[in-house]
Design a protein around this ligand. Structure first.
Ligand code: SPV
Ligand code: MG
Length: 538
């Protein structure tokens, strides 16, 4: 159904329906997600959002631009506040054609003079000549490109103090000229004159009301008097003004964001409203993919239980580290090294892992399976040059640069100063390594050293370092990893297997694995102390 047909349906619905004010794309989205079936594109609100008066200071084409954003941002019908129709019958004709072309459902025009003045300002505003206004309605109806497009005639006789008789006379003339509905406006504090109008009008055609000043009158009363549509006309722009004032004043006063951060929308909410995920999906389809481009796979399926309260609603990778989720810090490091294709394997609280511009794969059995099962979820990405990373580590940029320059099939980054971090090798599960050569003063960044063994419990004297959870697979390395995962799937050993198990299998098959040494400059985040270290690290 077109939005214009939907607006018609609301107009003729047996129930009283509601339109909510919006003034730009984002407010249109918010109105729609709140459940409203239609939008009132308020002239007052659109003007205010542009910082101008509701006196036709914004040109009609500028309003048209805003409407185009609103229509793109929402699926529900938009009834436009068309003021007086932006001139005479001819100006309205052009406006109606353009509105139809942009998928707007209807226009409301008021019987006042161009340039209009907001109806709440002053008393006894002059009204348009009835015949001239009827000609405008006819011209609009004759030109509309869409049969379902609605033209609502707004009667200003009550609000301008011309009386009930004049209001009824005008409503009748406009209805006979072809208006699809009447909007009757009032600025009384109670709904008495509106109810009187509704009762006398007796539903000859749909009637719309705007209870901005008579908001205390129960909605039920308007239902009983057969109101077709109630417009909540300006409450989003007014709430935006209050919120923006409060936030600006607070930040100005505090010279800090601490006082506002928890009470305002997150940047992620903006990404969600803008549907950044859709863009990420589209990029996968439409952007050329360079097959030689290095990819990254990040395992981020586990909760991180030791972080307790911090990981009740989100996994460890989304824990805040100095104002940004850990995962964002990690992916930014990859991006800065020119790696754009990043796949994250999610598990625990996967919907909380929602950063844009990332491919997601899910390991829904994360509680009962190990790292290799998570890695297998990203199987399609294990091709070409590929960086592998745990989702809970941070490292200096040079570490990744050094790794990217290696040439061997499988290269692990190993911290030679593993004891500096935590002298007890058994203090937590650590991937310790024995290598063909130890780290010495003569070690060069580019030296790739053979890995002899990887495990959790070697005697201290034999340990040359700790794998930090970062690795690179070349094209043929990726193929070896890929094939080994398939073998593990086939022999059933994949289930609880860790990355250590996978590397051990390759070593057993005499597949060479290399390491490069670093000396500190990284950390992984397992507990609250690590998180404190991470704040310092940044
Ligand atoms: C608007 O929202 O711009 C209106 C309604 O026209 S009112 O401001 O009440 O006149
Ligand atoms: Mg208006």
């Amino acid at each position: 159904m077109t939005t214009s047909a939907e607006l018609k349906k609301l107009l003729y619905s047996q129930n009283t329906e509601f339109l909510m004010e919006a003034h730009d794309g984002i407010s249109a989205k918010i109105v729609e997600e709140s459940g409203f079936k239609g939008i009132w594109a308020s002239g007052l609100a659109m003007s205010a959002a542009l910082g101008v008066r509701d006196s036709n200071e914004a040109s009609w084409t500028q309003i048209l631009e805003i409407l185009e954003f609103m229509a793109d941002a929402s699926q529900i019908p938009i009834l436009v506040d068309g003021d007086t129709g932006y001139g005479n019958f001819n100006n309205l004709r052009r406006a109606v054609r353009k509105l139809c072309q942009r998928g707007i459902a209807g226009i409301c025009i008021e019987d006042k003079l161009f340039p209009k003045t907001n109806s709440f300002i002053g008393e006894g505003q002059p009204l348009a000549d009835i015949d001239e206004f009827c000609g405008k309605i006819k011209a609009g109806k004759d030109i509309q490109l869409d049969d379902d497009f609605s033209i609502i005639a707004r009667v200003e006789a009550l609000i301008s103090g011309w009386g009930m008789e004049e209001a009824l006379k005008r409503a009748n003339a406009y209805f006979e000229a072809g208006a699809d509905g009447i909007l009757i406006h009032s600025k009384q504090r109670d709904g008495v004159e509106i109810i009187k109008f509704l009762d006398e009008w007796a539903n000859r055609c749909p009637v719309i009301i705007v209870p901005t000043t008579y908001y205390r009158t129960p909605t039920q009363k308007f239902r009983e008097s057969k109101t077709s549509i109630i417009i909540w006309a300006n409450h989003n722009i007014r709430s935006a003004i209050s919120a923006m004032r409060e936030t600006s004043r607070r930040i100005y006063r505090d010279q800090s964001l601490i006082g506002v951060e928890d009470s305002i929308s997150s940047v992620n909410e903006i990404f969600e409203l803008a549907d950044n995920n859709e863009l990420a999906e589209a990029e996968k389809i439409y952007l050329p993919t360079n097959q030689d481009e290095t990819k990254a796979i990040i395992l981020a399926a586990s909760r991180g239980k030791e972080l307790r309260d911090l990981t009740v609603n989100r996994p460890k990778c989304m824990v805040d580290v100095r104002g940004l989720p850990l995962l964002r810090r990690l992916t930014t490091t990859f991006n800065q090294a020119g790696i754009r294709k990043i796949t994250v394997v999610r598990g625990y609280k996967k919907s909380a892992v929602n950063l844009p511009s990332i491919n997601y794969e899910d390991n829904d059995e994360f509680e009962t399976t190990g790292e290799v099962t998570s890695l297998s979820r990203a199987m399609a990405q294990i091709t070409g040059d590929c960086i592998f990373s745990y989702g809970d580590i941070l490292f200096r940029h040079y570490v990744l640069d050094q790794l990217l320059e290696t040439n061997s099939d499988i290269v692990l980054v190993v911290d030679a100063l593993w004891q500096g971090r935590d002298p007890n090798p058994q203090s937590r599960t650590r991937d310790l390594v024995k290598c063909a050569e130890p780290f010495t003063i003569n070690y060069h960044d580019e030296d790739e050293v053979i890995l002899n063994a990887i495990g959790h419990d070697f005697v201290t004297q034999e340990i040359q370092g700790e794998w930090i959870g970062l690795a690179k697979f070349s094209e043929s390395g990726s193929k070896k990893i890929h094939d080994e995962i398939i073998a593990m799937q086939e022999d059933g050993s994949i289930h609880n297997a860790s990355m250590k198990d996978l590397f051990e299998r390759l070593l057993k098959k005499q597949e060479p694995i290399h390491i490069i040494y670093i000396s500190g400059h990284w950390l992984d985040i397992d507990n609250a102390d690590d998180l404190t270290d991470a704040q310092k690290f940044l």
